[in-house]
Design a protein around this ligand. Structure first.
Ligand code: PLP
Length: 393
């Protein structure tokens, strides 16, 4: 059966490929440490589970409006006011089946064939693929490691053409954990305003910041930037709710309306029960969110300290998310490996530690480690990586 060209052009997810290999080794009885997955290891907090159970008991098990139930939209506008001092009406909010589907739907309603979206690299693996699925063209711009992998206004300006429709800003970033400061966002925002480029601001890691820096959304910086930005966020990472599939987009009401129309023909609505669970997440105190953040912070400190002691592994300390993105070029060369992908494969075969090669994120000299696993496992992983690197000197 010949498949459509659009799927033939898809690049398989490197994250999923390595996770599948790690799982297969585990099933064979090997003691595998998986640092590949992009999800918190904590269970969803109990008050959220209770809200879902209540919703089911109360019969919240039917279709909802395509863009989400009004109570949840209200809680999202309240969250945006509380956290970012941003004012939105419910017409400017769509609840989606995860932030991933918010982005997917956004590109579908935004892009015509050949429209360009600037994607700073390293990037989250789904951005380029989703843009291609909407017949757009991802324009990859490599951010320098020496600039903490952050796009500069000059780089942005240079990448803009008459076909540029949007740019993606993901802060804190997957895979680097780096975040933009207010002044950096302002400078990028000014370029976007000057050239009428829409800003897709993926803020999914907003709650996971381990420094004193406060999360800033580019939409907060001026009325013009508010109008120019679509915010993407959700409960997956903040409330350990990856499997519930609730995200949202906030912004221009014409865009949001088009997204809701599109969703009405694709998902119908995000799962009703999960919407009520997310409502509990957005209305309750953030004590549990902070607890999880503290645990991540401790893990980051421990793992980062261990990694930078390994010869040939260089890693700036990130501010947020739950990833480290070290440059392992020296270790790879010292070990005589062909490239980072081969090094990652050998690490999994020999020491049973699963990392994700940076090639899938547009940064072939790096690897991504997720520290969303226990301290014990992280210490053990660091021992094994160290032993592997020392063996291949
Ligand atoms: N954006 C980024 C940068 C991510 O890392 C992820 C998940 O890995 C998502 C969006 C999607 O999150 P979800 O669809 O679970 O809400």
């Amino acid at each position: 059966m010949e498949l459509a060209q659009r799927v033939q052009a898809l690049t398989p997810s490197t994250t999923l490929a390595i996770t599948a290999k790690a799982k297969a080794l585990k099933a064979e009885g090997h003691d595998v440490i998986g640092l590949g997955a992009g999800e918190p290891d904590f269970n969803t907090p109990s008050y959220i589970l209770d809200a879902a159970k209540r919703a089911m008991d109360e019969g919240m098990t039917k279709y909802t409006p395509a863009g989400g139930v009004p109570e949840l939209k209200n809680s999202i506008t309240a969250k945006l006011k509380r956290d970012q001092d941003l004012t939105y009406t419910n017409e400017q909010i769509i609840v989606t089946t995860g932030a991933k589907h918010a982005l997917f739907t956004l590109f579908q309603v935004l892009l015509n064939k050949g429209d360009e979206v600037i994607v700073p690299a390293p990037y989250w693996v789904s951005y380029p693929e989703q843009i291609k699925l909407a017949e757009g063209t991802p324009v990859i711009v490599s951010a320098e490691e020496s600039n903490d992998f952050k796009l500069t206004p000059e780089q942005l300006k240079e990448a803009i053409t008459p076909k540029t429709k949007a740019v993606i800003i993901n802060s804190p970033s997957n895979p680097t954990g780096m975040m933009y400061s207010e002044s950096e966002l302002k400078a990028l925002g000014e370029v976007c305003l000057e050239h009428d480029v829409l800003i897709v601001s993926d803020e999914i890691y907003e709650k996971l910041i381990y420094t004193d820096e406060k999360h800033v959304s580019v939409a907060q910086l001026s009325k013009e930037l508010y109008d120019q930005t679509i915010i993407i966020n959700g409960v997956s990472k903040s409330h350990s709710m990856t499997g519930w599939r609730i995200g949202f987009a906030a912004g221009n009401k014409t865009v949001i309306k088009a997204m809701s129309n599109m969703a009405s023909h694709s998902t119908s609505n995000p799962t009703t029960i999960a919407q009520y669970a997310a409502l509990a997440a957005y209305t309750a105190s953030e004590e549990k969110v902070d607890e999880m953040k503290e645990a991540f912070k401790e893990r980051l400190d421990v793992l980062h300290k261990r990694l930078v002691q390994i010869p040939g592994v260089n890693c700036a300390k990130p501010s947020g998310a739950f990833y480290l993105f070290p440059n392992v070029k020296e270790a790879v060369e010292q070990g005589g490996f062909e490239n980072v992908d081969a090094w990652v494969k050998a690490l999994l075969d020999e020491e049973k530690v699963a990392l994700v090669p940076g090639s899938g994120f547009g940064s072939p000299d790096n690897v991504r480690l997720s520290y969303a696993t226990s301290l014990d496992q992280l210490e053990k992983a660091a021992d094994r990586i160290e032993r592997f690197v020392n063996k291949h000197q």
